[in-house]
Design a protein around this ligand. Sequence first.
Ligand SMILES: C=C1C[C@]23C[C@@]1(O)CC[C@H]2[C@@]12CCC[C@@](C)(C(=O)O1)[C@H]2[C@@H]3C(=O)O
Ligand SMILES: O=C(O)CCC(=O)C(=O)O
Ligand SMILES: [Fe+2]
Length: 367
Amino acid sequence: MMPSPPTPPAAAAPYVELRSAERVPDTHAWPAGPDDHHPSVEAVGRDAVPVVDVGDPGAARAVARAAEEWGAFLLVGHGVPARVTAGVEEQVARLFALPAPEKARAGRRPGEASGYGYPPALHLPKRMWSEGYTFPAAAVRAEFRRVWPDGGDEYLRFCDVMEEHHWEMRALGGRLLDVFFGALGLTADQIAAGETERKIRETLMATMHLNLYPRCPEPERAMGLAAHTDSGFFTFITQSPVPGLQLLRRGPDRWVTVPAPPGALVVVLGDLFQLLTNGRFRSALHRAVVNREQDRISVPYFLGPPADLAVAPLASAVPPGRKAAFRAVTWPEYMGVREKALRTDASALAMLQVEDEGEDGGVPPKS
Ligand SMILES: C=C1C[C@]23C[C@@]1(O)CC[C@H]2[C@@]12CCC[C@@](C)(C(=O)O1)[C@H]2[C@@H]3C(=O)O
Ligand SMILES: O=C(O)CCC(=O)C(=O)O
Ligand SMILES: [Fe+2]
């Protein structure tokens, strides 16, 4: 689900050199849109972003609460070495610091899933104040030959670091998935014996999207990454210590700035997880804002089903005697539905909802 009305896509302009800009050019200046009518607030009191320690015996309960209320949380106690996270940020900064023609060698062409370029699923009237690079996490070595065709030390170092990050995140993804299953009420035995649960855990696919948000001379006129929900199951976001990620809290609607405590990963739930949990866990509307002083890097690691796996509500998430609230869909099908929904200002999840005695299927109102 994305909040903005359908708008003509921005002209396929190449990235402008954002770092040296003294003003925000017209192409990047965002008029006050629906998102901007909500105030941005600090993450304190009832707006404190939930923190979950994955090693805590009460983790499943904490995850259930956060997933129902926020669709997002900060994850600690995950065991990913700080050395790996620091290495990733260093390598991503180095990648984006390469001269423009070197990055352009890996430019993502229309219809391609990977490469240097704009977020593939956001079609917006204005450009965003960021640079991006998307690739399947398992294909880092093949992908980055496009940037460093001759291989060499820089290439090898980049790939080693990204691969180690991928292994850590993939293992953590499987572990957190079981915590989510526990949060739905499954016992350890049921999780171990469940055929669907096993299939989902074993086939989880990972995509990485590297984001650089350069510091901006007029941050209030620019947008780092426009408001969106992620489409997959869930996303781990490794972010630099510079805050910028915001989550939309409802009633009254307000943007909450997610803190960036050292070592914490942000977990954001996606639309297919809302569908998988029959609407019990919610995907989170989020965006990234920019600031005047510092560049910010974020490295989201998207986990979702393989392209040919149809995702339907888990039996354990459908209340006894009720029908599943959504029809089954594959990830590529869902992307198509979402694209169509965007053009008609509809909610993609609502389009997949199955009528059932008029009860709430768990789709939140469009913002
Ligand atoms: C796995 C994916 C999720 C994503 C589309 C993609 O194929 C690769 C990039 C991801 C991203 C990152 C920025 C925001 C977003 C909406 C977009 O346009 O590209 C997400 C996509 C998503 O979650 O649907
Ligand atoms: O920069 C961030 O923290 C968020 C990135 C994000 O939401 C995305 O790439 O999908
Ligand atoms: Fe996102």
